[in-house]
Write a protein that binds this ligand. Structure first.
Ligand code: NCD
Ligand code: ZN
Ligand code: ZN
Length: 476
């Protein structure tokens, strides 16, 4: 059985940071010991002095593109990007071809991931067929994903559920499974109306007008208002993604104060890419770059991250080829958008720690413990504790990282952060006691990753106050 002593790092545990050594034996963490404690019989030493030792990152928002869009990304390339970026577990989305809406398609997807993924994986399924919901849950779906935005790929109309009666019925069936229901909230009809108004008034039907209208507060807030009332009625474990609209955050804050079963995710493009990035990079930077054109909106997002209204930072790793993005430039109503994120997400966010935008403890929770709790795998994963799986990332908080298109694991081979300079990044990633990435190089073969089945939970299983961490005083 392999064993390691990870020596001299600052270890992030559920109760705080401690200068300690971590002893790993086989697939598990055996102990967290004083640096001076007698060296036992660990086979190998890993020097972590000057570094941080975190649980491996867990992502609940991957677009692996399998099956059907392997020319954009696949399980090998997405998981290698993730492993090199400090991730040890990811859960991917059903917007593939054909969409993952049946037991049979779910099992096919699981086999492909089993063959190719270097990190542990789970799948969200599309809950568009009521009969399939319990079957998918039994087969180990991590939960379900509903889109409310439609158009062309990646926003496949076959996965969209918008009608309140259908949402009510679907939420009820998902509530019975005890699994989370992830929703991309959006009022498609209002968006289309506002977009048509702008173009009638003379604005160009281009990515700028599209991004402006796509990110309008009311388009998101309206959807969130309906989702929250349906959650209240059905008790489904609702997870709202892409949360960047101040109006949505206001509603979500109140809902949490009311004790509603809702968790909130934000993805970094919405609070990093700037208006000038859309000017410079075009479709690569949309729609995130549109949010920053409203001064003050970014601060609302940072405040919600800080006080825990936003529980987790997910990647929305959403690769498209540059060729495909040209479609977006031609017709934004049907073209694809989204950007790869795994290669640099941790460095991007560590830079925010170094510039004082986010507390390191909050970032740590938002990337490790909280996603693990939502997935129901905590503290088996998502914690550096004796007995937990040895899923770890060692972080150098000082290292300089300069993203470049030609140094990406992601098959799409571009990043909206090319030319930026980041401070901090992962140097080693370990999954179940095996080093899977070191200094950006992958150390294991495709297929090392295991399937992580979803776990049923009642919303009250972890007491909301503890892990939602919402402050009692509303800021607005
Ligand atoms: C995602 C994709 O490409 O699959 N695109 C995106 O805008 N991030 C879909 C999605 O998350 O809405
Ligand atoms: Zn989405
Ligand atoms: Zn997405």
């Amino acid at each position: 059985m392999k064993s390691f002593r990870i020596r001299g790092g600052l270890v992030f545990t559920p109760t705080g940071t401690v200068e300690a050594d971590v002893i790993v034996r086989g697939e598990r963490i055996e102990s967290v010991v004083e640096p001076a404690a007698r060296s036992d019989d660990a086979e190998e030493e890993i020097d972590a002095s000057g570094k941080w030792v975190w649980p491996g990152l867990i992502d609940l928002h991957a677009h692996t593109r399998v099956p059907g869009y392997e020319y954009k990304e696949d399980y090998a390339t997405s998981s290698m990007a993730a492993a090199a970026g400090g991730y040890t577990t990811y859960v991917d989305m059903p917007n593939v071809e054909p969409p993952t809406t049946t037991l049979e398609l779910f099992e096919e997807k699981r086999e492909l991931a089993d063959r190719d993924s270097v990190i542990d994986f789970g799948h969200f399924a599309g809950p568009t067929d009521m009969d399939q919901i319990p079957k998918l849950a039994k087969a180990g779906a991590a939960g379900f994903k509903i889109y409310q935005v439609t158009g062309g790929y990646p926003h496949d109309p076959r996965l969209a559920i918008d009608d309140p009666a259908r949402l009510y019925e679907t939420f009820g069936a998902i509530a019975d499974t005890g699994l989370p229901c992830v929703v991309h909230p959006f009022s498609q009809s209002l968006f289309e109306h506002l977009y048509a108004l702008e173009t009638k008034r003379g604005k160009a039907a281009d990515i700028h007008t599209f991004s402006d209208v796509y990110t309008r507060d009311i388009v998101w807030r309206l959807a969130v208002a309906i989702l929250l009332e349906l959650q209240r009625e059905t008790g489904v474990r609702l997870q709202v993604v892409h949360t960047h609209a101040p109006g949505s955050l206001r509603l979500l804050r109140r809902a949490k104060q009311d004790g509603l079963g809702v968790t909130v995710a934000a993805d970094p493009k919405y609070f990093h890419l700037r208006h000038e990035d859309i000017q410079k990079q075009g479709a690569r930077a949309i729609p995130g770059g549109a949010v920053t054109s409203d001064p003050g909106r970014m601060q609302v997002i940072w405040d919600a991250i800080d006080d825990g209204v936003i529980d987790i930072i997910d990647s929305d790793h959403a690769p498209h080829t540059l060729e495909d993005l040209k479609l977006m430039e031609e017709d934004p109503l049907i073209g694809p958008f989204g950007a790869p994120h795994y290669d640099h997400l941790l460095s991007l966010m560590l830079t925010d720690v170094s510039t004082g935008k986010i507390r390191v403890q909050r970032l740590f929770e938002a990337l490790t413990e909280f996603p693990a709790r939502i997935l129901g795998v905590y503290p088996e994963k998502g914690a550096v504790l004796p007995g937990s799986q040895a899923d770890l990332v060692i972080i150098d908080p000082e290292m300089k990282v300069r993203p470049a298109d030609d140094e990406m694991y992601s098959k799409s081979a571009w990043t909206p952060y090319a030319g930026w300079e980041f401070t901090g990044g992962p140097t080693l990633t370990m999954l179940r006691g095996e080093v899977i990435a070191q200094d950006g190089k992958i150390q294991v073969d495709p297929g090392f990753g295991h399937f992580v089945p979803g776990r049923a939970q009642r919303f009250s299983d972890p007491p909301p106050g503890r892990w939602q961490g919402v402050s009692l005083e509303p800021r607005d």
